[in-house]
Ligand binder design. Structure first.
Ligand SMILES: [Zn+2]
Ligand SMILES: [Zn+2]
Length: 283
């Protein structure tokens, strides 16, 4: 090993970032440029149920000389609990993959429409056109509905929209398409990707994590903005015990979540990305 490559292994990567293609505020170009300015060796583009930002990120990454890791964060449901599964290096140009995510987008739109209808019945006027104007190219989600409600002047804040209307127990809430973590893991594997259970510390119990391990998940997101030292130690141990890959990232949304830009704040040594790449048969 040369000194140069040893250096590369010591450099840091942030493997979990969102763009305007889901609920992030930055374009793919902005995410990559900011990651480059922070001196990161690589940045993962992991939008919710969308692969739309990958090519744009790869182009600017190539220009700036920063590695872009193509990824996606799939929304799943396990016994009523929302669970996210990250997929890295899946064959994102495969027609079956594209068709699958088109279907997911279709369901997301149907869900947003249903929430608008339910809000209407409650006397809260927000239209699907307003939601779409907020979402633009992104995979439509509740943050866009909340933002449209704010812009329509029917709530004073997006927090109020969630708290009173579209939160899990809210009267206008509509559930997501039912995709199990096992199905997402199988789908990612089938298309050459590496699957990782995202931010397990946020599920408040490990049932979904054990189910994901039984289903053959490749890795656990050990480091995450919502993980404290206890969670990091626990999932580090769980990953090692089960010989799983360990990943980490900031889950940066570019400020939408309480105004804080997390990009690069959770970053891990390149060696963890090297292990993901060895596992993926596409690199
Ligand atoms: Zn997530
Ligand atoms: Zn995320």
């Amino acid at each position: 090993m040369t000194a140069g490559s040893q250096n590369a292994l010591a450099r840091l990567v942030d493997l979990h970032c969102h763009t305007i293609f889901s609920d992030g505020l930055f374009t793919p170009e902005e995410v990559v440029e900011r990651a480059h300015r922070l001196g990161l060796a690589a940045v993962g583009i992991t939008d919710h149920d969308s692969l739309g930002g990958i090519d744009r990120a790869l182009i600017v990454g190539c220009k700036l000389g920063i590695e872009v890791v193509p990824g996606v964060e799939m929304s799943c449901n396990a016994d009523g609990v929302d669970v996210h599964v990250l997929g890295y290096y899946l064959d994102y140009k495969n027609p079956d993959v594209l068709q699958f995510f088109e279907q997911v987008q279709f369901h997301r739109e149907k869900r947003a429409r249903l929430m608008c209808e339910r809000l209407g019945k409650l006397g809260v006027k927000v239209t699907m056109a307003q939601v779409k104007a907020v979402a633009k190219d992104a995979a439509i989600g509740r943050p866009h509905v909340a933002q449209a409600m704010l812009e329509a002047g029917v709530v004073a804040s997006t927090e109020q929209a969630f708290r009173e209307f579209i939160g899990y127990d809210g009267p206008a809430y509509a559930p997501k398409m039912k995709l199990s973590p096992e199905e997402a893991i199988g789908f990612i594997k089938q298309h050459g990707g590496v699957s990782v259970i995202a931010h397990p510390g946020t599920y408040h119990q490990d049932k979904a994590v054990y189910a994901a391990i039984a289903a053959g998940v490749d890795g656990i997101e050990v480091w995450h903005s919502d993980h404290g030292t206890r969670e990091v130690a626990h999932y580090n141990e769980l990953a090692q015990k089960n010989q799983l890959l360990m990943t980490g990232g900031s889950d940066c949304h570019g400020g939408r979540k309480n105004g804080h830009i997390y990009l690069g704040e959770v970053s891990i040594p390149y060696k963890y990305l090297a292990a993901i790449k060895r596992r993926s048969r596409r690199t």
